[in-house]
Design a protein around this ligand. Sequence first.
Ligand code: PLP
Length: 404
Amino acid sequence: MESSLIRTTAADLYDAHVMKNYARAPLTLVRGRGAQVWDDAGQCYLDFTSGIAVSALGHCHPQWVAAVQRQAGELIHVSNLFRNPQQAELARRIVGYAGPGRVFFCNSGAEANEAMIKLSRLHGEKKAGEEGKCYKIIGAKNAFHGRTYGSMSATPQEKIQKHFRPLVPGFAFAEFNNLQSFADLIDDQMAAILIETIQGESGVVPGTVEFLRGLRELCNRHNLLLLLDEVQCGIGRTGSFYGFEYAGIQPDAIGMAKGLGGGYPIGAMWVRETAAELFQPGMHGTTYGGTPLACAAALAVLDVIEKEKLLEHVRAASVGWMEALQAMARDFPAQVLAVRGRGFLVGVQLASDPTPYVAALREGGLLTPSAGGNVVRLLPPLNATREELARSVEIFRTVLKAKA
Ligand SMILES: *Cc1c(COP(=O)(O)O)cnc(C)c1O
């Protein structure tokens, strides 16, 4: 009995029992510290996946671990039938970053976007004076908003929607970074515009300043809500707390998750004060949302971002890193078409399928996710050191040379 247990690897158990809905790398990770993770054979990797932009402080930051341990021994979950001080404080801190308004807590990015979609229905009902008349949302082509029915319906990608139609009605799609194409779709049934400030999954494509400002004006003119999905680009990843700050605009709602909990699942929707009263008791909810443990984890993330000045660090360290990546692109023009992004949200666009490159980078000691449009994404933790950033470029260069 014992020996058979020892011989059964995680890989065997995955093969036998875990749903086959992911294409996983052949790697079992068992331990992490900062930007490093180790597999079950003791091999160390530089982790620029960060659990897909989640582990904002790297793995097992001591202050985050202490906060979660302390809270786990104090109070873990009570539901939203009651108040808890951690949720109250986290809402105050988010309002401090986002502006006057209110916060709804959930557990993931898709749920934050679902809440924004439901918010748009409430706004449309108020606008038309009647339910079901004004309910449409304009989204962007190549967007990614999640895998639940509402968020998937807002995600116009064949590979994600195929097999699962019919979808939630009411979504129309325009060209990202093409303001006129959004303007062309506006009619009396439109309630909101929903976009990622920086399209992440489809290849790290930042919205231009003119585009984002233009959407804000369009929404003002037609009484539409501007809903920004900041699930990937928010919480310091670009070097400002929210990704949209470079455009100097104020959205009506923000969906966030990923980096917010630093590895513990939490999502949130912030709604500007002008729309914050649309949700009334009973209209929306989730059992786990804003539970003390999740909020304590998120508060620790915000505390460390502030105490260690990580926004300043991302802004400063990303300059030299981006220069080194651009130099790499110039040295390998046949393989690297472009490097783009902001702060620690970077995409290296290759001339061919990134899958073999991602595998070679892994074998070279660097974990990275790919993205649409032949892109390799680089998502270091916000506290990655300049040495770790430089090392990622070294490994990337070695792989490009070997594949040249
Ligand atoms: C990851 C992601 C989501 C979905 O978040 P989940 O937590 O996986 O539901 C939504 N929007 C964007 C921009 C994302 O990157």
